[in-house]
Every structure is written in C-alpha cells, then in structure tokens.
Design a binder for this molecule. Structure first.
Ligand code: CIZ
Length: 341
C-alpha cells in the first residue's frame, strides 16, 4: 500500500435559517440514520456555533475521529493530525478551535505559535500519550547512542521536544525507510513499531505504549465483525501485529480515505479503526458499503456541541493551549523535520 497524505476536507457552508440548517444537517447525518427530529434538536446549537465562529473569525478544525455532529455540523476543516497541523499554518484566522485531543491541538500550536488554539475539553487520558514522558526518551537516547528517535505524533509536546523527528500513521513508513540508519527508536506505539519493523525490514526499538481503542481488537473480535466473507479488511497500524498479518490492507486513515475515494474496488470494507472515521466515510462516499467497527476512543469523544459552544463563547484558561517556549521550539524541530519527508 502506497502511503499517501490526506488533503484536509475544507467545508464551505452558508447558513441562513434554522429550517435550512436542519435540511443541511439531515442531508449529511441522515446517511448515518439520524432522524429529522434528531437534526432539529441539534440545529440551534450548530447554527449558533457557526454564527459565532464567523463573527469572531475562528476556524473550527476537527479530527476524523470526532462525532458526526461535530464533523458535519460545525467543522470547517476535517482530517488526520498531519493534514490538520499543516492546514493550520495556512489559514488566515488567528484563532483555531480544535476538536480532537490535546496533543493534536499542541501540534497546531507548535507549528503556529502566533495563533490562539482553543480546545473544547481537555483530553488528558490517552493511553498512548500518557505512556511516556520526556525523561523516558532521554534514557532511551543514553541507552542507544546515535540511534534516531522517531516519535509518533500522538505524544505530548515535551516528548516531541526530545525526539529527532515526528511521524503520523500517514508517513511513518516513508520516514523510517528514509532515515539513513538500520536501527531506529520508535515511540510510543509498540504495535505500530512492531508492524513497521516487519514492513520496512529495519530494526526498531519500541516502547510499551498502545492505543487502547486499536489494541483492544483481537482476531476473535475481528472475525465477529465480519458477518460475510465478501468484506475486505483494512486495519490501522496501531492494531496488534496479529491483526495486521490477517487483513487485506493496512495503513493510516489517509490510506483508508484514498481507498474509499477510489471506490474501494466496489467491495464492502471494514476499516479497523475508530468509528468516527467510518461515519465520516459513510457520509462522504455513499456508494461504498462500510461495515461498522464499533471502536470508540473515549478521549476523542469527550468534545460535544455544548462544550464547543462554551469554549467558543467564553474560553477559560483550561481551554487554551499554552506551551513553554523552550519545549515548543524543540518540538517544532521534530515536527518540522517530519514535514520535510
Ligand atoms: O494521525 C492521526 O490523525 C491518527 C490518530 C490516526 C490516523 O491514521 O489518521
């Protein structure tokens, strides 16, 4: 599978009335089984958010794992973490409200320090990001002198600051292949590190971190999701190696997006990743048949329309991403190195 980068989806909506807003929401969310009355119940909120964001000149960015009311109701830009961080450097607005998890919003701040970055809820309990601290990286470097540290983007800024280069699921393979050593340190996703060692043939020193949403998938659970044999399986690299070895395709969500965009070869497909991404694909590619993964990331799902509205109207200190300048500058080097690949 060729690793490609996702072009972030830029949403253009003009909103005039509550009735039109209900119709707009229903045209998207109806594809996910939402009723007209469910759309009526959220329309006052999406309308208010969309009005305030325009008045205040704020762009709303949403990761693809967010709920469909956020993705289709209020987001201006939707994508994976790489696409969103890159896009943030090009938008003219100086405030970005980021619906995702903290470390993704941090990546935006790292690359665009002049911008105010607001998050509706703090996502402080990601098993991946929480598995490693800056001291751990310093120890790894002492134990493995001269070995480059490649850091998955799902990490806090202080960990990025200790790393040589960041990567996302969209470019991890390409970066590991291009780094001119046979051995690399890959933190913190152990499953992804092991999978990439097999894919690239390089020696990868891993760290015992995992994404609880992807790591929870076992072969037994995968088989239970596959009700018939005509379903193609496409797993995220954060899944266990036993899953990657037993699916038709693997990669990041940008690879999955490309596959859906190209019609998924006319086949029914199970994306083994967070359900929010599958919901997004169902709306954007109604001609492709997607099987639900029923995999939910609680950290990602913490944001909702109410917390977004509150953060937009009256952001508190807790809603604003701040980074120590020394950490930001060192993390910038690692994130910027990634953008060169
Ligand atoms: O990098 C991202 O945005 C994540 C968490 C997953 C993916 O594959 O897009």
């Amino acid at each position: 599978m060729v690793v490609i980068e996702e072009a972030p989806k830029v949403v253009k909506e003009n909103i005039f009335s509550l009735e039109q807003e209900v119709e707009r929401l229903y045209s998207k969310l109806g594809k996910l089984g939402w009723s007209k009355s469910a759309c009526e119940s959220i329309a006052p909120f999406t309308l208010k958010i969309n009005t305030i964001k325009k008045e205040k000149g704020i762009k709303i960015f949403a990761h693809s794992y967010q709920t469909a009311d956020i993705v289709f109701g209020i987001a201006d830009i939707v994508g994976d973490s790489l696409a969103l961080a890159k896009k943030a450097t090009t938008v003219k607005e100086d405030t970005i409200l980021f619906c995702g998890v903290d470390f993704m919003a941090e990546s935006v701040k790292i690359l665009s320090p002049e911008k105010t970055v607001i998050v509706p809820e703090r996502g402080r309990d990601c098993t991946l990001a929480d598995s490693i601290i800056a001291d751990d990286v310093r120890k790894l470097k002492i134990e493995n002198p001269g070995v480059p540290v490649i850091c998955y983007v799902n990490t806090n800024a202080d960990v990025k600051a200790e790393s040589d280069i960041c990567c996302t699921s969209a470019n991890a393979k390409r970066i590991i292949e291009k780094v001119n050593t046979d051995t690399v340190i890959f933190i913190p996703d152990e499953n992804m590190g092991k999978n990439l060692a097999k894919i690239t043939g390089k020696t990868i020193i891993t760290w015992p971190g995992y994404c609880r949403t992807h790591d929870a998938v076992t072969l037994k659970r995968l088989n239970a999701l596959l009700k018939d044999k005509d379903v193609k399986t496409f797993a995220h690299l954060e899944c266990k190696p036993e899953i990657i070895e037993n699916v038709d395709y693997y990669g990041g969500t940008s690879d999955m997006h490309k596959y859906a965009e190209e019609g998924a070869n006319g086949e029914k497909v199970l994306y083994v990743t967070e359900q929010g991404f599958i919901d997004r694909m169902k709306v954007e590619y109604p001609n492709v048949e997607f099987v639900d993964s029923k995999m939910f990331c609680v950290s990602m799902k913490r944001n909702d329309l109410i917390s977004t509205l509150n953060a937009l109207e009256n952001p508190t200190e807790d809603n604003i991403i701040e980074l120590e300048e020394d950490i930001r500058k060192r993390a910038y080097r690692a994130v910027n190195n990634m953008l060169k690949y």
